[in-house]
Design a protein around this ligand. Sequence first.
Ligand SMILES: [Zn+2]
Length: 265
Amino acid sequence: MYPKVSSQHFQSLFNSAESGLKVLLSTDSKKKDHNMQDIDWTKIMVGEEKWGFLIEIAIRTILMYFIILTGLRLLGKRGVGQLSVFEMVVIISLGSAAGDPMFYKEIGLMVPLAVFAIIVGAYRLTTYLMAKSKRFDDLVEGKATYIIEEGMFSVNEFRKEALAQDEFFSELRQQGVSHLGQVKTAILETSGCVSIFFLSDEEVQPGLPIMPKEFALASKIVDRDGLYACSFCGKVQPVSKGQQTECASCKRDEWVKADNRPRIK
Ligand SMILES: [Zn+2]
């Protein structure tokens, strides 16, 4: 059995639906008006805060500024040029602890002070241990690695490093190197810098060209007999034309005509 619906009941249902729809429509048009005209500039400028909070921000920021300065002085670093990975971690942690208390009023200044004290303490302890133990130092900072010895890549070392060949060639070119025969030793320092020790002009050996145009000519089959350099490891050896030749050092087989010009200074 269905419940009986009287016509009066139906009418009242219909009326309430209609008025509900009207309310919906009217709030919709009100919303539009609000969007178009009543832009709340105070809210845009200071958010949920009162204007007075700006003064608090000024005080917080000035205090944090001195806390940061003191923290950095206590780290004992003179500058931030060439940060090691480990120092970078310290600086980033300090940075994230420093910013928030400037504008979050929920965070008191004791919080960053505590963070700073702990990080600076941990940093000082780590550097102390690094000075005491060579092994600990290698663990934290990594080791300086030989990239080039006697004009050839130290393949094993080089493969481990993230420094790409292109990037390294660019570094060498900036030092006026045009082929690896001009280089006695290149060392990748823990800071990421490359130290290069050159051979004198009289000592320059035939080596792998690193100029982009010459390097791009690398091929497996050469069209003239002569001294060629392995494009992967820089090993120089005679290669005869039309013959596939394996590198005596790294077993690859792509060659670039070796160059023996002195370095242009
Ligand atoms: Zn090779």
